[in-house]
Design a protein around this ligand. Structure first.
Ligand code: DON
Length: 308
């Protein structure tokens, strides 16, 4: 199908080569022991556009855990079903300028997590969702919005993370001590960690990006999975907070709303046009796929994808 973007195999090849050069400077996540087993040299990219064109290069079929990219899915579901006021009463929308697992700002300066993309915000969102949904219902929603019926729960990664979860547990109990979580703390932590343990591919992420780019619509059936307003809020928060304390620099140089996960995934949205999914488990010091930034910066320049 015709497209205004000329995404050739050469462009994808160069993007991958550009990203590959960064891989040796990063490392796989080790604080979740199962993630340390990933092959740091894997790299793949998928781009799905609104006209039905699908581009693949590299390790696109590889399954890996979604980790923090699930925060986008949980936020969308919470906004859709709990309402904006309830969600933003509990969690702010400001970049924290801190690491994803920080509790300093929350402890010292604030009575609500800075935003839904850091762990404190996402655990709070999980506590809201706990009142309404089972994990099975939430994973069904993940399958629907990623257009991927094969997404499964990775119990091995889940158990691995739950046996090293002290920091997130500390965050969850701090949230309870401040009255931000007012329901079962352990169940909120478990739900958050289970959502992080869903196995996706770069393709699932490209699909999710495309659904968000289209204002929440399934590109094939036209069904509205989430409302355009919810999609707009989610994309905005991805732009300002999706790469944690690297979000500002990423926004300046790449200009494509993106969310990372320590499993190596990147979800990117070129608004109204396309979704991009990347898999590369070698991470930078902020926990973001290290190859992703040069790859996306190259594509942004080459195809004119910067939001501004
Ligand atoms: O809570 C954690 O530490 C992980 N389950 C997710 C962290 C994560 O993916 C950070 N992102 N790059």
């Amino acid at each position: 199908m015709t497209s205004k973007y000329n995404i050739t195999n050469d462009i994808l090849k160069t993007a991958l080569e550009t990203g590959s050069k960064a891989i040796p400077h990063g490392n796989v996540a080790t604080y979740i022991p199962e993630l340390a087993k990933a092959d740091k040299n894997k790299l793949g990219i998928c781009i799905f556009d609104k006209d039905g064109n699908k581009h693949f290069y590299g390790d696109c079929k590889e399954r890996f855990t979604i980790q923090s990219i699930s925060k986008v899915i949980s936020l969308a579901l919470a906004l859709e079903t709990c309402g904006f006021d309830k969600v933003f009463d509990k969690v702010g929308v400001e970049p924290s300028g801190e690491a994803f697992n920080s509790l300093i700002e929350l402890d010292l300066n604030s009575n609500r997590p800075f935003n839904p993309m850091i762990n404190s915000g996402a655990i709070t969102i999980s506590s809201l969702l706990l009142h309404k949904f089972s994990f099975l219902e939430m994973s069904d929603f993940a399958r629907e919005i990623c257009l991927d019926h094969d997404i499964e729960f990775n119990s091995v990664v889940y158990k691995s993370e739950m046996s090293h979860v002290s920091r997130n547990r500390a965050i969850a109990y701090l949230l309870e001590s401040k009255g931000i979580i007012d329901t079962n703390v352990e169940a909120s932590l478990e739900l958050y960690t289970k959502m992080c343990s869903l196995d996706v591919t770069a393709e699932s992420l490209a699909n999710l990006g495309l659904v968000l780019a289209l204002g929440g619509k399934n590109p094939t059936t036209g069904r509205q999975i989430i409302s355009p307003k919810v999609a707009q809020i989610v994309k905005t928060i991805m732009l300002t907070c999706g790469m944690y304390d690297g979000s500002g620099e990423f926004a300046v140089h790449v200009g494509i709303p993106t969310k990372s996960g320590v499993g190596g995934g990147l979800l990117s949205v070129v608004d109204k046009e396309m979704g991009i999914g990347i898999y590369g488990p070698s991470l930078d010091e902020k926990g973001n796929c290290i190859a992703g930034r040069p790859m996306l910066e190259y594509l942004s320049n080459q195809l004119n994808l910067h939001i501004f």
